[in-house]
Design a protein around this ligand. Structure first.
Ligand code: 5GP
Length: 332
């Protein structure tokens, strides 16, 4: 653990509302429960419904990745105010960056600009940014996620938000595409990606997360020339050739893939393909709340002997950590 902890490494794929430490979420739940008022428009779910949703999220009884996204409504019910957003962001940043056992040297946190009864998207993003900006630039940056379920006008609004905040010198470093992998039409994203790029924002896209994602969709997403890819589990040969040729960094989340059953075993994990080709990758956590993992544990999986882990040497693991640092959007 000493070796893993000392390695300078970047966490590049962590979703804010999926990374809330359990004690912070419990605290919010207690506050919600004690002030629960059915008439309050911020209180969309009853405490019982919230507990059921969080249980569902943590027990991951999934027949397909599709079912992973609904239970996030329970988390969102607890984080719908500015105060709650500040609390969870502070707790997530601290979980990765503070204390005796920091998980990483640099955290590129991502979140979907969200509006609620009490916050506009701008207010939500500013609440998150203020917490991110308490850390130096070399330690923390923010990516704004576009949810595949968003309408085009909302996607445009989010990219314009990212662009204007960046132009004001705020710490927005990139955009992401996430959300239910089978939702939305990805053929219309071009103008928004170009807009983000024109502002110097990095672009990372969740791609080919399930075997139901058509190969044409992956080729379309690759045609937007992203800087990084999330998961990239089911790319076909044609897409893989592009990824290798253009040296696009792939953010890989081992535990997430195993628990969501998109990969059967570490033996079968596509990380082996990228390692064989000495291709840029970043090992990441994705969502520590449902997956109960940590970045140190993901690195421990790299080093543990088979069948528990990949049995990589210290040199190989150090190279992976170095690639994660080199692939961050922080130097843009
Ligand atoms: P947020 O963006 O609200 O801070 O973080 C939670 C959201 O991230 C989820 O509602 C979902 O849209 C997205 N997300 C979290 N994990 C994954 C994942 O593994 N794949 C995809 N496609 N989206 C995810």
């Amino acid at each position: 653990i000493d070796f893993i902890q000392r390695l300078p490494k970047a966490e590049l794929h962590a979703h804010l509302n999926g990374s809330i430490p359990v004690p912070a979420l419990l605290e919010l739940f207690k506050e919600y429960e004690s002030s629960f008022d059915i008439e309050n428009t911020n209180h969309k779910l009853s405490p019982t419904e919230i507990l059921a949703g969080i249980n569902q999220l943590q027990n991951l009884d999934l027949s397909s990745l599709h079912g992973f996204f609904g239970p996030f409504a329970a988390v969102y019910a607890l984080t719908a105010t500015r105060e709650a957003t500040v609390k969870i962001t502070r707790a997530v940043l601290s979980q990765f960056l503070d204390g005796d056992l920091p998980q990483c040297s640099y955290l590129e946190l991502r979140t979907t600009p969200r509006e609620s009864e009490s916050m506009t998207r701008l207010e939500y993003v500013c609440a998150v940014l203020e917490e991110v900006e308490r850390y130096p630039k070399e330690k923390a940056g923010l990516i704004l996620s576009l949810d595949r379920r968003m309408k085009p006008e909302v996607i445009q609004q989010c990219v314009e938000l990212a662009k204007s905040l960046r132009e004001e010198g705020r710490r927005v470093v990139g955009i992401d595409l996430c959300g239910d992998p089978l939702a939305g039409d990805m053929s219309k994203l071009g103008p928004y990606i170009s807009l983000a790029k024109s502002a110097g924002l990095g672009v990372t896209l969740h791609i080919a997360e399930t075997k139901d994602n058509p190969p044409e969709e992956s080729l379309k997403l690759l045609a937007y020339k992203p800087d990084r890819l999330g998961h990239a589990t089911f790319l076909d040969d044609e897409a893989l050739e592009i990824v290798l040729k253009e040296k696009i960094c792939v953010e890989l989340c081992l535990t997430s893939n195993l628990l969501c059953k998109t990969v059967d075993s570490l033996e079968a994990h596509h990380i082996r393909f990228y390692l064989k080709h000495d291709h840029p990758i970043a090992v990441c956590t994705d969502d520590v709340l449902p997956f109960r993992n940590s970045l140190l544990a993901e690195y421990a999986l790299l080093m543990a002997q088979a069948p528990l882990g990949l049995g990589l040497s210290e040199g190989e693991v150090a190279r992976i950590a170095e690639m994660s640092m080199q692939s961050s959007f922080s130097r843009r």
